[in-house]
Ligand binder design. Sequence first.
Ligand code: SF4
Length: 113
Amino acid sequence: MAEMVCIVCPRGCRLTVDEASGAVTGNSCPRGEAYGRSEILDPRRVYTGTVRINGAALPRCPVKSSAPIKKPLIMDVSRQMDKVTLSSPVKRGDVAIKNVLGTGVDIIVTRDM
Ligand code: SF4
């Protein structure tokens, strides 16, 4: 059994997940059940970070992944972002890296700069 706190909403239900069957208890809604099961079977996170940008008022531009990425790949994505330098101007929603590490997920700019 794995125990965790559901982070889908501020209520923070304490979940227990049976790793063998994927059965979830302690959730107050279906979103918690989906979260608990996914944390055991295929944990993912939205990547957030910054990348260098030339020609803007600030030296770094905030970015995030367009969808959750498999948790074990997050550090690799972070290292990939160290190699990126954008050029101003960029608009919120612009793609900084398409299909990062072959995940099918894009890294997008989250601020006009
Ligand atoms: S189980 Fe539902 S109510 Fe409880 S924290 Fe998760 S999303 Fe919120």
